[in-house]
Design a protein around this ligand. Structure first.
Ligand code: TMP
Length: 205
């Protein structure tokens, strides 16, 4: 069986982890081997990088931030994701290069094209077979994060206009690659979103 690489994208609080868990559960029930991954933090090195990127005190310059995400990505793709795809497994991953294009490219205003090139260099050109974008307005995403009652990380703590730029960039990315993206309204009930994702993935199996 051919391997697949499926990524979930969206703003903070858009429901990616809930949906990737439901998708993984369904695929395992279909008899597939699933690797669940995330960026940043999908590898041992990545866990250390995640801690630095999200929680280190003090200023990190936007280019350094972009390079830290790219380093995490390079390690994750080379050591976990590509080997799993080559074994014919399905990799479901929370966040990938579109996160960098949206957050560093648009949020930090580094420029989407350069940030995308950096990620493609880091991963030797790997693009997902399918990217699910859970689109949610910024206020609703914030409300969900507030309800979680956790301390905001460096990115979550950014202001509303940062997160609005991130959302707009995601929608532009989806519009420019319609065959790779499935855009779903993140405000829909969990079960409805899960069904829409499964229907699309079923066509790829
Ligand atoms: P997470 O909490 O969804 O795991 O993601 C951690 C934060 O990192 C989230 O606010 C989005 C941000 N991020 C980027 O800014 N660029 C990236 O390339 C990735 C993967 C995540």
């Amino acid at each position: 069986m051919a391997g697949l690489f499926i990524t979930l994208e969206g703003g903070d609080g858009s429901g990616k982890s809930t949906q990737s868990a439901l998708l993984a559960e369904w695929l395992v029930g279909e008899g597939r081997t699933v690797v669940h991954s995330r960026e940043p933090g999908g590898t041992e090195l990545g866990v250390e990088l995640r801690e630095i990127i999200l929680h280190r005190r003090g200023y990190i310059t936007p280019r350094a931030e972009a390079l830290l995400y790219a380093a995490d990505r390079a390690q994750n793709i080379a050591t976990r994701v590509r080997p799993a795809i080559d074994r014919g497994e399905i990799v479901i991953q929370d966040r990938y290069l579109d996160s960098s294009v949206a957050y560093q490219g648009a949020g930090r205003v580094l420029g989407g094209a350069e940030v995308r090139e950096l990620s493609l260099w880091a991963t030797d050109g790997l693009l997902p077979d399918l990217t699910v974008l859970l689109d949610l307005d910024v206020a609703s995403g914030r409300a969900r994060l507030d309800a979680d009652d956790k301390v905001f990380d460096r990115l979550e703590a950014e202001k509303v206009d940062f997160h609005s730029r991130v959302r707009d960039a995601y929608l532009e990315l989806a519009a420019s690659e319609p065959s790779r993206f499935l855009v779903i309204d993140g405000a829909l009930p969990v079960g409805e979103i899960a069904r829409a994702i499964m229907e699309r993935v079923a066509r790829l199996l």
